[in-house]
Design a protein around this ligand. Structure first.
Ligand SMILES: CC(C)(COP(=O)(O)OP(=O)(O)OC[C@H]1O[C@@H](n2cnc3c(N)ncnc32)[C@H](O)[C@@H]1OP(=O)(O)O)[C@@H](O)C(=O)NCCC(=O)NCCS
Length: 338
């Protein structure tokens, strides 16, 4: 049982680390040449403008929880953690199975994590960063010892496959991190969490229908309001600015040589390259796998992080920066010592 954070006496913060990582992508691929047959686009345009070659897509019968559960199981197996040890499950998603109940409760039931509280968190593409940040606070305050932070998205379920400006970009995936007191972890002490938001222009990237503003009706369906809409150029500008700021801040604090790995949100290869150019980063230290999966929103950072660790890109004792930006706008970063 976790120690109380509200007892008498001053609170000493608990150091937090990563006990396990997991990722899952569905097996079915949707390639650029598949998309050429669906909309007026070309493999060349998609590769040149985004760096994407293919993305993964769920079957009709599957949903966000199918992804989240598998990523969660992988993280628990990586940590050799029994689901009954979990205190909290947080799923960052904007494509949960239902508006309610939360996808996190579906994950809880599938895992048999009967001692855990569970909730979803809506922060769009930085959903995993926000989920892990919240989880970090619960462990730092000694309230909980095992928190599973998940980023999971079934974005292809809200794509208009007649709109070439959006349907080529996104894919389905999930990633998860099991957070625990650092002393019990072999790696990954969380040093900083930084969250930011700048609301005011929701229409630059949003799902117009189905919420309380435009409840589902024949009219909202007729007007295609249940599909993602995006003003690509505006999002691009904000992404280059905010991602650059987050990386610059980490470099200023820890020094360029210490930052051995940057795991940016995989939104567009050109956005990542522009940050690399502007800050004169070593491209070998920046994880990129967008060509295989496209933009998987909240899943993108934990999936890329898992792959970066598997490729040996995280250097023991050195800094890893995870950062993402998305709808809202919301953005945020987590700095770790590996
Ligand atoms: C979407 C994005 C790839 C578009 O690239 P872009 O270089 O900005 O392209 P534009 O939107 O200016 O469009 C340029 C032209 O390509 C066309 N185009 C758009 N999508 C196309 C596609 N899939 N295939 C072929 N042509 C396409 C446009 O219609 C436009 O044609 P026009 O000049 O005749 O009007 C880019 O803006 C982007 O990546 N933005 C960020 C998106 C993102 O990451 N969103 C998620 C945030 S988490």
């Amino acid at each position: 049982m976790a120690a109380s954070a509200t007892g008498s006496g001053p609170l000493t913060l608990q150091r937090v680390g990563i006990l396990g990582l997991g990722a899952y992508v569905p097996p079915k691929k949707l390639t650029n040449s598949d998309l050429e047959k669906m909309v007026d686009t070309s493999d060349e345009w998609i590769r040149q403008r985004t760096g994407i070659q293919e993305r993964r897509i769920l079957e009709k019968s599957e949903s966000c929880s199918d992804l989240a559960i598998r990523a969660a199981q992988a993280a628990l197996a990586d940590a050799r953690c029994d689901p009954l040890e979990l205190d909290l499950i947080i799923v960052g998603t904007v494509t949960g199975d239902y508006p309610f109940p939360s996808t996190a409760t579906l994950v809880q039931a599938a895992l048999g994590a009967w001692n855990a509280a569970a909730f979803d968190l809506s922060a769009a593409c930085p959903g995993f960063i926000y989920a892990a940040s919240v989880g970090t606070q619960f462990i730092a305050s000694r309230r909980y010892r095992r928190v599973l932070a998940i980023g999971a998205e079934a974005l292809t379920k809200i794509l208009d496959f007649t709109d070439r400006s959006t349907c080529v970009i996104f894919g389905d995936a999930a990633g998860a991190a099991l957070l625990a007191p650092f002393e019990e972890c072999r790696r990954g002490e969380i040093l900083d969490v930084d969250l930011y938001s700048r609301g005011g222009q929701p229409e630059l990237l949003y799902l117009p229908g189905g919420g309380s503003k435009n409840p589902t009706s024949a009219e909202t369906v007729g007007k295609n309001m249940h599909y993602l809409r995006m003003s690509g150029r505006d999002v691009y500008r904000v992404a280059v600015e905010t991602m650059g700021d987050m990386v610059r801040k980490a470099i200023q604090k820890y020094g360029k040589d210490e930052v051995a790995l940057v795991v940016p949100h995989q939104m567009n290869r050109r956005i990542i390259e522009s940050v690399i150019d502007r800050l004169n980063l070593d491209p070998a230290r920046v994880m990129v796998n967008i060509e295989q999966y496209g933009n998987t929103s909240a899943a993108s950072v934990p999936v890329a992080f898992r792959e970066a660790v598997d490729r040996g890109l995280a250097v023991p004792g050195k800094i890893v920066l995870l950062c993402a930006v998305g709808a809202g706008f919301t953005w945020g970063s987590i700095t770790l010592r590996w």
